[in-house]
Unconditional design. Structure first.
Length: 205
């Protein structure tokens, strides 16, 4: 199993690799096109602002090899945090286009819908609720994950929603469409729940 964490200049790369190692899996952090081209599974991280991540990904020159792997060869890919958001078409956070591999947008939490005292960003541990069955969720009993974000995905197709969470109002916390998966939370910071989700991605998908 060749598991590659895509290094395009952002993200908690070593934290993800360390969590995978704790779960018993070897992975490689790489920006080498040949290494990415040989991958059996891919993880696309992302931390910070959408435009900065989108720009760095395009400047890395890796979009073409990722499109070949993900869109044509149907290699499984897991986007984490902004890595999920990059899979969408665009974001309210900036003007850079997303990859557009999944239909929908990224929107800021609507302060007008928030109860009094609920602040943006959403930060901390939050329960998630399965929207449908998936091998990615095997063994996750009453899961909760660690979130840090002010924006969330708004998919065009409701059937792409895998997990929901509530922060002032319900939002999509994870998406899955074919070989594309993404989570808004940080599995690498989510202890046993994150370890189980990453294990499922490696072993069950």
């Amino acid at each position: 199993m060749r598991l590659v964490i895509v290094d395009y200049g952002v993200g908690n790369l070593e934290s993800i690799r360390n969590m995978l190692h704790k779960a018993g899996f070897d992975s490689k952090v790489s920006r080498d096109e040949a290494v990415i081209a040989s991958a059996d599974k891919l993880i696309l991280p992302g931390v910070g602002a959408f435009d900065a991540c989108a720009s760095k990904l395009r400047q890395s020159g890796l979009v073409s090899v990722l499109e070949e792997k993900v869109l044509r060869q149907k290699t499984s890919l897991l986007g984490i945090c902004v890595g999920l958001q990059l899979l969408m078409e665009h974001s309210e956070e900036g003007t850079e286009p997303g990859l557009g591999w999944m239909k929908g947008s990224v929107v800021r939490f609507d302060a007008a819908r928030m109860p009094a005292g609920v602040k943006i960003p959403h930060m901390g541990w939050t329960d998630v609720h399965p929207a449908r069955p998936s091998a990615l969720l095997n063994g996750l009993d009453e899961p909760r994950f660690y979130f840090v974000h002010s924006y969330h995905v708004l998919p065009s197709h409701q059937e792409d929603v895998l997990l929901t969470a509530d922060y002032g109002y319900p939002f999509a916390a994870a998406l899955e469409s074919g070989n594309l998966m993404g989570v808004q939370f940080h599995p690498e910071k989510s202890h046993r729940f994150g370890m189980q989700l990453l294990t499922n991605f490696v072993q069950e998908i």
